[in-house]
Design a protein around this ligand. Sequence first.
Ligand code: L14
Length: 348
Amino acid sequence: MSETKRYHVAVVGATGAVGQKMLETLEDRNFPVGELKLLSSSRSAGSKMTFNGKEYTLEEATPESFENVDIALFSAGGSVSKQLAPEAVKHGAVVIDNTSAFRMSEGVPLVVPEVNESDIKQHQGIIANPNCSTIQMVAALEPVRQALGMSRVIVSTYQAVSGAGNEAAEELREQSQSFLNGKELEANILPVKGDKKHYPIAFNALPQIDVFQDNGYTFEEMKMINETKKIMHAPDLSVAATCVRLPFFTSHAESVYVEVEKEGVTVEQMKQLLEEAPGIVLEDDPATQTYPTPLSAAEKRDIFVGRIRKDLDDPKGFHLWVVSDNLLKGAAWNSVQIAESLIANEWL
Ligand code: L14
């Protein structure tokens, strides 16, 4: 055991909602961390965090931070990744980037290991971790697509506030208290920090996640659409998305409508495919009111699927409900899984 090779790991954005989960996941997985560097903005530099019982001091992330680093996990926002990921690569690190900065870039694998693990080996230094809502959907749909073919996907999401960071979660907490105390709600962060207008999230539902694009879709919706096609290597798949923020803290839920190509598929066949799918747990039994919820999925690495039904009009149409912890499989766990794959396959 003592001969296990250990790796010099850097976590960029360690204090963030995802960064914290990255550290927890590296611990939980007993990841072979040798040296560990916790990097942050200058604002958080100097503060302390613990990993495996040892205290670490946060350092400001600079190009020089990546000297001798083997694996750099980035989750500090797109602009930090754009600036520093190429620097980390120059210093010889392999970057696993959790932002949208490089996801659609040519030469950057966009990976959900259950779907397209072998894309990792094409990397040129940067591997992108997909958007949280995309990850759980493609992992649930790929086994269906492989077995039955797939022509169309229409998804509506029910997304937790933690996706927008710790500050957004705090805003929900404060607004909820204000609301219950009969006070007026003040919104500063959601739907999008820095955007022109803000709406209360407490006891509300916001049909905007990330900024609007010229076509009337939000960037979150377009990420789901474009990333799904890239990960599945399916440029011709029809995908439409509506992304909605709801007032709960953890896990994204999705109502997914799919049209398969094969005729005569039954709900039982669909259930069996998902039962056997890697990373997926089927929780589906109307007789016992069994289905996943954001609370039941929180703190778990799996993706949970339930409510599988056949469309009542289109014989090739199916509806399903997909739930997963947005900070784990949607972010930290998928990133660590990519790192584990890099090591196991010697693709580093
Ligand atoms: O694209 O606000 O990785 O919930 C994922 C979380 C974008 C924002 C991404 C949110 C982010 C999203």
